[in-house]
Design a binder for this molecule. Sequence first.
Ligand code: SAM
Length: 484
Amino acid sequence: MRCSGCTKVWYCNNSCQKTDWDLHKRECSALRRWAKKAPSDDLAIPSDAVRCLGRILWQINSKGHNSDWAREIQAMQSHRKSIQSSSAEFPATLEAHTHLAHSIVHYLGLSSPAELQEFGVTSAGDLVDLISRFITNTYALTSPSLTPLGVSVSSLVALINHSCAPNAVVVFPRNDKSKGKKEPIMNIVALRDIAPDEEVLTAYIDTTLPRSLRQEALKETYSFQCQCTLCEMPTGTGIDPREAVWCPKSCGGMCPLPNEENQVSRCTKCRAAITDPLAVIDAARIGREALGKATNLQFSDYNKAKQLTINVIPILVSAGLTPSCHPFLALLKLHQSLLVSSFSARLSQDILDEAIRASAKHSAGLSAILDEGHPVRAVALAELGKLLAVDEPAPSSSSQPSLPQTNNAFPPSGPARVKIAYETLLQARKELVIGFGRDNDGGEVGRSIRDIIVSLEKELGVWTTGIRNALEDIPKKPAKGTSG
Ligand SMILES: C[S@@+](CC[C@H](N)C(=O)[O-])C[C@H]1O[C@@H](n2cnc3c(N)ncnc32)[C@H](O)[C@@H]1O
């Protein structure tokens, strides 16, 4: 149900809308005011951060500055001091905070920050604290299949510290018990057994990124230097699949991805050296640039974004980057989602198979990095299984000129494909139950693939019976010594 006042906010039903009205009535006028002054249609709705901060401030105002709720928000960690001291290192962060401060004043319909007093914000420092608390303690609100939807704040969950090798995850799975209710509910799910007194740790950032990018993101947004087991792994103790290249002698081992400082790189298994490290460094740089451009273009210029991924993936393959290596892993994911978004009723076998190959490589890359049951890995496996389970399109005469012509043996056709789809979905379900919680039956994705598994089981059963029937139809060899 859409709010007829602002026409921007949607509810799952009447009662949901009624429950929110106390808060939404103020939001509703703020949204209308904002839309009226917006210079263009795409700026007619404020950012998620502004909208969420607005809701927090109206809540503080209506519950009172000294209410438990307001105190919990005020108790969340702020980095006011480090934002100021690191402004030279991260000027964009300071700029983002300032921009947010201006936007929130404008959104609330105030003429100056001084009017924020009625919301418990009595000085410029308070305003910086509020924004810093918000940035440091919010979690991405995601759909049950991990698509980002917005932001969420929980003062309890905000107590959890970060690790790049977390033992728990924050998900919004929706469970059967939330019948009728469509709003996502934040869950902390343990990825493995956590001992009494052991700290619960979640990851604030994308842990498929290499160490330097993770450290940069954590420093910039959360103002700390990560010293988790993954970041502190002593050099020489193993290879990080996020920065790895296949052995040049194809022994099955891997070499560390060379970089400007460390150009000499050898296979950790057979010690063979990469002969042209500069070519590998160059390929990785081209990959990073293409990833940035294609990510920005994916919604505005689909064809250009797809062409970029099509052009750059073969460069990374020939440079020997493993599917788990940055930026290859991210490009595989983007390539897959661009192909899937082009699916239509007249889907061609070439496009479908190309999407399956990208998805299979992406899943393999994730499996080398993330633990079994990590929701990101589980959802990727479910996507692969679902793609494999798509009915194979009838052959068409028009070939797809944009895709490089390959002579791939994967994915197979017919019963072999159904069997891989079935096995992939079984594994996906096992992992979804871990990542989204057993009590949630693997969340919405876990429940949705259960039905596909059952139908594939039937299909495979039909095939097996079909083969058995066909075999039984073959006239049996006459036993030795008999005639006829
Ligand atoms: C969501 S809060 C976590 C709870 C916070 N430690 C507290 O006591 O309220 C995020 C902030 O906690 C700190 N933090 C989280 N994980 C950390 C870690 N692994 N090492 C150091 N500081 C960390 C950082 O200051 C970060 O900005």
